[in-house]
Design a binder for this molecule. Structure first.
Ligand code: SF4
Length: 337
């Protein structure tokens, strides 16, 4: 059954549903945040859910609202309680120390580590302990129309996810068909992947998702392998660091950052309500536009008239800026649960 909507719009719907209702079938849901299009060099996930607990997330907030990249993480995770020469306390990063110095200055500018000079040495001290705030990382692939060829393509990607176990669970989200057996169950997807069907015809709400197949938990908790040795400890540490990097990106970006690449400054750009979601709408094309078409090469693009910005427009700065601000406000509200 075709959903008649682009994968991009479906992705936004799944993200909003996950924000409202993750995890499905869980009476006491954990605090969580949702992001889209995150991944590694090898693999990019459509939707990412980071489960956490409010206290740990509160401790993370002390490091600001922006994401910490791997270089900054290296510093805040190892910065000591008392002043110390940075080379004495930070593990060797595997690249020259001058890059670490540069990152220390960035961290200092952002107020997430303290620095001082002692002779010609730079000493550092932490502002707080960087918390272990990521409980579980969930990857969701969105395929509104999961036919046999889409399933074949997806199967390889999911096998990769299962093998690397970077996420704790992987899921496929697809539009509900209402058939006795959902077609997604008949496709040859890895059995470790969960299958979620969605009904967004009446708009996005918390009841729009149902579980057709439960996933297998892919990973043990970070670093708790029973018979660990040095090699497996190194693998665990690397995996832990990559998960944190992903979680940091999710924290900083959320899923509403499409306003940066699309054209909210176009006079035709609107946000339309779809149940409990707001989705981009193009008044010129008369439909929800994808992020691919809503860019600088769109032939229907027209800048918002200057008068919209100056004469009594209800949102200060004109609709384009207002839309960006609205998306940023919502991201701040929901990504800081
Ligand atoms: S006309 Fe083009 S640029 Fe403007 S909102 Fe529509 S798709 Fe985006």
């Amino acid at each position: 059954m075709s959903t008649g909507r682009s994968e991009f719009v479906y992705e936004l719907q799944v993200c909003r549903w996950a924000e409202l209702a993750w995890p499905p079938d869980e009476p006491q849901p954990p605090a969580h945040l949702v992001a889209r299009q995150l991944g590694t060099k090898q693999r990019r996930w459509d939707t990412v859910v980071v489960e956490t607990d409010p206290e740990a997330l509160g401790a993370r907030r002390e490091f600001g609202d922006r994401e910490l990249d791997s270089d900054l993480l290296h510093i805040v995770r190892h910065a000591p309680e008392e002043w110390a020469f940075y080379r004495d306390v930070l593990p060797h990063p595997g690249y020259p120390w001058r890059y670490v110095r540069e990152a220390i200055h960035r961290a200092d500018d952002r107020g997430i580590v303290r620095t001082r000079r002692n002779g010609n040495k730079i000493e550092i001290k932490r502002i707080a302990a960087y918390p272990d705030w990521v409980d579980r990382l969930i990857a969701i692939e969105n395929k509104p129309d999961l036919d046999a060829s889409a399933a074949r393509q997806l199967a390889d990607q999911l096998e990769h996810d299962v093998d690397t176990a970077l996420a704790d669970e992987v899921w496929v989200a697809t539009a509900k068909t209402g058939r006795r057996v959902e077609p997604a169950l008949l496709e040859s997807l890895p059995v470790e992947a969960g299958i979620l069907t969605t009904e967004f015809e009446g708009g996005v709400d918390a009841d729009a998702g149902s579980i057709e197949w439960y996933p297998t938990r892919l990973s043990t908790a970070d670093g708790d392998a029973p018979d660990s040795d040095a090699a497996s400890d190194a693998v665990d540490a690397n995996r832990h660091a990559r998960r944190l990097e992903l979680a940091e990106r999710a924290y900083g970006r959320g899923w509403r950052n499409y306003g940066r690449t699309m054209r909210p400054d176009c006079r035709h750009f609107e946000l339309r309500r779809d149940g409990r979601a707001l989705l981009p709408w193009c008044a010129a094309k008369g439909r929800h536009q994808s992020s691919m078409v809503c860019g600088s090469s769109c032939t229907d693009f027209q800048p918002e008239p200057p008068a919209w910005r100056t004469r009594g427009w209800p949102i200060e700065g004109g609709p384009g800026k207002g839309i960006k601000r609205l998306l940023a406000d919502r991201a701040a509200r929901y990504n800081r649960p």
